[in-house]
Design a protein around this ligand. Structure first.
Ligand code: ADP
Ligand code: K
Ligand code: ZN
Length: 431
């Protein structure tokens, strides 16, 4: 059963709509100061767009552009038509602002509702949103989607874990939205309270906003006895509701009636061969207040080849491997934090948290990985611990190709915030 007509579109229907909507988006964008100037500079004529290949000739928009246009250089309609703004959480620097009209919010809520419906969430479900509200789009973005679908929606917000748990049990919450690092933390708190996470009524979890691995997903599914669906979005493209897993749990359908997605080589900006990893570039097709054209997301992923068994034609992207700017270069080797997580989360002895520290000792870069060990494995027996440390070190070395220093620490001893996890601390300075 489908929520939305566009879910069952064929490739031809998708492409036809994309071309029409792209033309309209470009016309709309041209009304903004930023795109007005950019289009003049690059000779972009919206009416000349004939096919999807024309997208490649359009100039990119970068985070830097959005920062420089702060606060309203990308507004394509009068300020008075705007009803909401969000500011990116600024994980990687100065903030950027995104505006929405009433129509924009309506469109966003329906995309989000479509995602939730796709995995089986229905108006009879009780939905608790455990992510921060405020400027972060994971709050209101998910909230209005859940309401649109018809769920009783609890705006719990982030943190206050004891109250979260009380709400879940008192109101028989069957679906939640939660970021991965907080979900792992929640499991710890529950166990400390003597509650088995699997005894909670939750059946569905929308998990996203930061990278996590397949191993972390499986861990969450087992601990809570629930289904975890990967949810991807970014403020510049509204927020959540951009791409979402179906019940196959194999890649996220990116809604192509609402966005044009490309994957390019982050160095050259040229398209990568089909199926290869690169930077996701996205264009809004449905936003009137502030269209964004060919936005460099800096998120690394690839298109999954072939049709999805669920029958939806909207192309699937793979789990986000990291951001271009997450990459750690150490001793000339490129490393992504998710490579480390994949190894750690697959080991039963490893707890729910880890931290990567980069240091310079003399002229040598050094990578230290602090790893929480589950209580039951953090024993007095030095030999057992040394053995575990050696095993972790050698598995990590095989994956990242440099030998890290591995420090085993007690469960729950590493810093744990309510927002997106900080996985890397670089103390190398700039000297
Ligand atoms: P910020 O860029 O300040 O973190 P956003 O809230 O807009 O602000 O975050 C969007 C970013 O979050 C994406 O570009 C991506 O890097 C990350 N993200 C969102 N969802 C996922 C997901 N399911 N998997 C991995 N990363 C994600
Ligand atoms: K309801
Ligand atoms: Zn599918």
């Amino acid at each position: 059963m489908l929520y939305d007509d566009a879910e069952k579109w064929s490739r031809e229907e998708i492409e036809k709509a994309q071309i029409e909507r792209l033309r309209r988006s470009l016309q709309q964008a041209a009304a903004s100061r930023f795109y007005g100037a950019l289009f003049r500079e690059h000779g972009v004529n919206p009416d000349a767009v004939r096919g999807l290949d024309d997208v490649r000739r359009l100039p990119f928009t970068t985070k830097k552009d959005l920062r420089e246009a702060y606060p309203d250089g990308l507004l394509a309609m009068p300020h008075a038509d705007m009803v909401r703004m969000h500011v990116s959480s600024g994980t990687t620097g100065a903030p950027t602002v995104i505006y929405h009209t009433k129509n924009d919010l309506d469109w966003w809520a329906s995309l989000m509702a479509r995602c939730m419906h796709m995995v089986g969430i229905r108006p009879t479900d009780v939905f608790q949103n455990m992510s921060g509200y405020g400027l972060f789009t994971g709050g209101l973005g998910i909230h209005y989607g859940a309401e649109r679908l018809g769920c009783l929606t609890i705006p719990a917000g982030a943190g206050n874990t004891k109250r979260q748990i009380k709400l879940i049990t008192d109101f028989n919450v069957t679906a939640v939205h939660i970021i991965p690092s907080y979900a792992l933390h929640l499991a710890n708190v529950l166990r400390d309270m003597g509650v088995d996470p699997a005894s909670l009524p939750i059946r569905f979890a929308l998990v996203g906003a930061e990278p996590y691995t397949e191993a972390a997903r499986r861990r969450l599914e087992e601990m809570f006895d629930m289904k975890v669906y990967n949810s991807y979005g970014l403020s510049e493209m509204n927020g959540p509701g951009v791409a979402f897993e179906c019940t196959e749990q194999h890649g996220m359908h990116l809604w192509e009636d609402a966005y044009i997605a490309e994957i390019v080589d982050p160095e050259t900006g040229e398209p990568v061969p089909e199926g290869e990893l690169g930077e996701l570039v996205m264009t809004t097709l449905g936003r009137e207040g502030m269209p964004v054209i060919r936005y460099r997301t800096r998120d690394l992923t690839r298109f999954l080849p072939g049709p999805c068994p669920c029958g939806r034609v909207h192309r699937r992207i793979d789990r986000i491997a990291g951001r271009c700017d997450d990459m750690i270069i150490i001793k000339g080797v490129n490393i992504y934090p998710m490579q480390v997580e994949a190894i750690l989360m697959a080991m039963p002895e490893v707890g729910q948290n880890y931290l990567i520290e980069l240091d310079r000792v003399g002229v040598m870069d050094q990578i230290t990985i602090k790893v929480e060990v589950k209580e039951e494995f953090f024993v007095e027996d030095m030999r057992a611990l040394t053995g575990l440390q050696k095993r972790i070190t050698s598995r990590l070395r095989d994956e990242i190709l440099v030998t890290p220093r591995v420090e085993l620490v007690e469960a729950k001893s590493l810093p744990q915030g309510e927002g997106k996890a900080k996985r890397v601390v670089d103390k190398r300075g700039t000297d």
